[in-house]
Design a protein. Sequence first.
Length: 132
Amino acid sequence: VFFVQVRFLSCNISRSRFVLSPMEDCRLEDTTASHSVFKDALILETELENVDFEQSTFSGIRFMKCEFTDVQFDRCSFLNCEFVGCTFDECSFDQANFSLVTMRQCRFSECSFGKADFEGETIEGCHGLTIG
């Protein structure tokens, strides 16, 4: 499924699987997507606000020019993912696992990475990234 200009407003999509399901110009707001799987897709110019991804898995996902506001990625796993030109405001990555993740030209403001685990990351041109 290719999601274009789809709005997820006050939805519960927990425990869902999105495999080969790209998103473009979508909006997720006040949505719960915890314990979900996202695999092998491009997520482009998508806005996410007050979204809970707790304990979700992201594998082979490319986030391009996305805006994240008050998004919870606590205890999520990111494997071979890429974030390019994204903004993160008041997001939480506590106890998240990052493996072979690339972050380029991203901006972070008031985000937490408490007890996050990083392995083999590439971080270039990012601003406001505080890990610890």
